[in-house]
Design a protein around this ligand. Structure first.
Ligand code: NAP
Length: 285
């Protein structure tokens, strides 16, 4: 990697898709079809947009996707029963439940009712547990896994490397730090109460940002040899921006992911890779 390299997500996603396509073709030759069930409650615009993206990606890859849409006033037992039906259906390999669920629904109970073997979005705590235990037979959360795939694709060494993660949420920072630890990195997790973040990030070979604040990090935060993975997605008047002021930082570091076109471009592909893995495991059962 040279200075100022754009670490685009597109080629990473394309490589993953190529592997998936190969597997899906083999399944088809044997008359096997990968199929997922998508559970949506209500009609929130961001859920609908996500659903359109998932369906279009499924179609391109030849994955069948059933949408199970429920009214906002659906009850917890009703939704649980529908999830359990999908758990029992051997034709369905992956289950995706859009969250957050409307208030009034018991989200904790519902995510626990998803069969861990079909839980392609790592909603069930049983799968999250496996991330912390370093067990590889579950499904890891898609965004942290996308970060790990980008680092692997661009051959960023992690063994013994100092890595700063600026985020401690359950969807990103916590599971990601465990995955980085499993890759033998030395991880520092930063958050809103951390003192002197720049002092920590400047000493790190890899910095992963997910604070949700547009253009928050300038070149003063990074070492010249740093690789920066920007997970932030922020809608601004200038359009979609990451947490890092990309134009200012690009030529001051070794490599950085753009926004859009970086981590986000890989995340949705990981979800479907999980569906293919779930199908593959079930075909072998
Ligand atoms: P979140 O739950 O709001 O977490 C934000 C984290 O950033 C928290 O740990 C917070 O610290 C920390 N933080 C906020 N301001 C900070 C500051 N000034 N200095 C240091 N740390 C600060 O958000 P999230 O759900 O994890 O998502 C984070 C970002 O990633 C968002 O922009 C989101 O849109 C994006 N995202 C992208 C993808 C993708 O595929 N690219 C997927 C999911 C999320 P505290 O814990 O102390 O509050």
């Amino acid at each position: 990697m040279f200075m100022g390299q754009e670490l685009k997500g597109g080629p990473v996603a394309a490589a993953i898709r190529a592997e998936m396509t190969e597997k899906i073709e083999k399944f088809k030759e044997r008359g096997q079809q990968v199929r997922i069930a998508v559970f949506r409650v209500g009609n929130r615009e961001d859920d609908l947009a996500y659903e359109r993206r998932v369906l279009s990606n499924c179609e391109k890859l030849g994955i069948k996707a059933d949408v199970l849409a429920f009214e906002e006033n659906v009850s917890t037992p009703e939704l649980k029963e529908a999830i359990e039906k999908a758990n029992q259906n051997r034709q369905i390999h992956g289950i995706l439940l859009f969250r957050p669920l409307p208030r009034g629904l018991d989200e904790a109970l519902l995510v626990e009712s998803i069969d861990p073997k079909k839980d392609i979005d790592c909603s069930n705590p049983e799968n999250l547990n496996k991330v912390f235990q370093g067990q590889k037979d579950g499904f890891y959360p898609c965004t942290p896994e996308a970060v790990m795939e980008i680092l692997k694709f661009y051959q960023v060494p992690l063994q013994g490397a100092r890595v700063a993660v600026v985020n401690r949420s359950m969807v990103l920072g916590k599971p990601l730090s465990m995955m980085l630890l499993s890759a033998n990195a030395t991880v520092t997790v930063c958050h809103s109460k951390t003192k002197d973040i720049a002092g920590i990030t400047k000493e790190s070979e890899v910095v992963i940002t997910g604070v949700g604040k547009a253009d928050y990090f300038d070149e003063g935060y990074f070492h010249q040899q740093a690789v920066v993975i920007d997970v932030g997605i922020n809608m601004t008047e200038k359009g979609l921006r990451g947490d890092v002021d990309y134009e200012r930082v690009l030529d001051h570091v070794r490599g950085i992911t753009p926004v859009p076109g970086g981590v986000g471009a890989v995340t949705s592909t990981i979800l479907l890779r999980h569906a293919v893995e779930a199908a593959e495991r079930s075909f072998h059962e």
